[in-house]
Design a protein around this ligand. Structure first.
Ligand code: ATP
Ligand code: MG
Ligand code: MG
Length: 415
């Protein structure tokens, strides 16, 4: 289908991850056809007449996208998977210039099976726990809906003790489907806050650090795994459940733990299906052992730093290479010694983040390279509207010291 024109990846979702994917696709001569709203950040970054306007949950629009795409991929996991399954199995009708109809079956990467599993955080972790690899996760139980919810929460409390976490099984991001339960008094508010959603309870993870590892997964067209290659482990800082900062390498985490995290991440991703990049979020416990929090089947906030730190194969370029089954490196070694990523979140007023962008534009330090990324999104409190990546050629502690004006300002805007 791609003879005489660029290969087209149809992308469900056009937020900042899609935007950075488009930025990686432009120099490669790959077309990204984005399905999302007209003004989405990704569409602004990539000029093609193939974009589709509408929702990535709308089967009709997904079919429209599929009809003109050589491959389908996602920048968000909360998409309609029934139609993806149908497209892969039965294809979509394409009407040729002569009026004849053919069936077109663009491969979906990662597989709709992976996306569907990951959408339900409870099932996702049951899958990891019961897989051959016996991936460690926090103990969890499903919570009944309706009037049985209170009884079900009582049982969870008896099993886990306080505090524990109640989470929406589907649709959450930036901690928006999570509720920390400190005592029985929180049962009512938790059910109310997450009202109507299908829930599960998770034992509290007394972590000392959070790590994330990006993994590139490739397989052949028959579904046989070819490789899972991990980027370095990074330290992620969450404040109010939102990732605010990322440190590469992690501060104060032994090299052995970082390597164990990388190995665990490749094991986790080897249990899934399809090609692409994946994020594995993990907890490091007091004794240095690791627990998997959740997986994202797409580029991830914790991998933004790879644009500058692993320029020959950023997580975005990697998604393209994986989906198209182009070569990927056997090792993903950064070209810098250290890197810090700071999210720019919308502040109390629509312009409170601008000072941070201004500082990034005007600051020079020969020991620290500064890269500002704004996503062209309207500012709302807590919304991710950009990020700054800082890279250095010395230890992370040194870079952190150089980055102090930026870190201070990020913290100040959050208050
Ligand atoms: P994301 O934006 O990463 O998709 P999410 O809405 O899916 O976020 P989680 O990853 O489940 O949310 O949780 C967000 C944060 O809440 C975690 O990174 C961690 O800091 C904290 N957290 C989650 N689960 C637990 C737990 N069981 N014990 C302690 N802290 C937890
Ligand atoms: Mg999540
Ligand atoms: Mg998370």
């Amino acid at each position: 289908m791609s003879e005489g024109r660029n290969t087209v990846i149809g992308l469900l979702g056009g937020g900042q991850l899609g935007r950075m994917l488009c930025e990686a696709a432009n120099p490669l001569g790959i077309d990204i056809a984005v399905l999302d709203e007209e003004s989405s950040p990704a569409k602004q970054a990539h000029n093609t007449n193939r974009h589709v306007t509408g929702s990535f949950k709308d089967p009709a629009r997904i079919r429209e996208l599929a009809a003109q795409s050589d491959f389908l991929s996602v920048e968000i996991e909360h998409v309609e998977t029934e139609v993806l399954e149908d497209i892969e199995k039965n294809g979509v009708k394409v009407v040729g210039a002569d009026g004849s109809t053919t069936l077109h079956k663009p491969p979906v990467h990662p597989s709709w099976r992976t996306i569907r599993l990951i959408q339900d955080k409870y099932l996702q972790k049951e899958h990891f726990r019961t897989s051959e690899k016996k991936i460690p996760i926090a103990d969890q139980v499903a919570i009944e809906s309706g009037v049985a919810a209170m009884e079900s929460l009582k049982n969870a409390a008896a099993k886990f003790g306080f505090p524990f976490m109640v989470k929406a099984r589907k649709g959450s991001y930036d901690g928006r489907g999570n509720f920390k339960v400190d005592s029985e008094d929180d049962f009512g508010p938790a059910v109310k806050a997450l009202g109507g959603l299908s829930l599960y309870a998770e034992k509290w993870a007394p972590f000392v650090k959070e790590l994330a590892v990006m993994v590139i997964r490739t397989e052949d067209d028959e579904g046989t795994l070819k490789a899972c290659v991990a980027y370095p482990a990074v330290e992620t800082i969450h404040e109010d459940s939102v990732c605010t900062k990322v440190f590469m390498p992690p501060r104060g985490v032994p090299e052995t733990v970082c390597e164990a995290a990388r190995k665990l991440a490749t094991e986790v991703i080897s249990t899934l299906w399809g090609r692409g990049v994946f994020a594995v979020e993990m907890f490091v416990l007091e004794d240095g052992s690791l627990m998997v929090n959740e997986v994202a089947p797409r580029p991830h906030n914790s991998g933004h730093y790879t644009i500058e730190a692993v320029p020959y194969m950023s997580q975005y370029k990697a998604q393209i290479h994986a989906v198209l089954d182009l070569p990927i490196p056997e090792m993903l070694t950064p070209r810098v010694s250290s890197s810090i990523m700071l999210n720019i979140l919308g502040g109390a007023t629509p312009s409170s983040h601008l000072e941070l962008a201004r500082l990034a534009r005007s600051y020079f330090d020969e020991d620290m390279d500064i890269y500002l990324h704004l996503y062209n999104k309207a500012s709302k409190p807590g919304r991710k509207i950009g990020h700054i990546t800082l890279t250095g050629t010395s230890a992370i502690q040194h870079l952190e010291a150089r980055a102090k004006p930026f870190i201070d300002l990020v913290n100040q805007i959050r208050q």
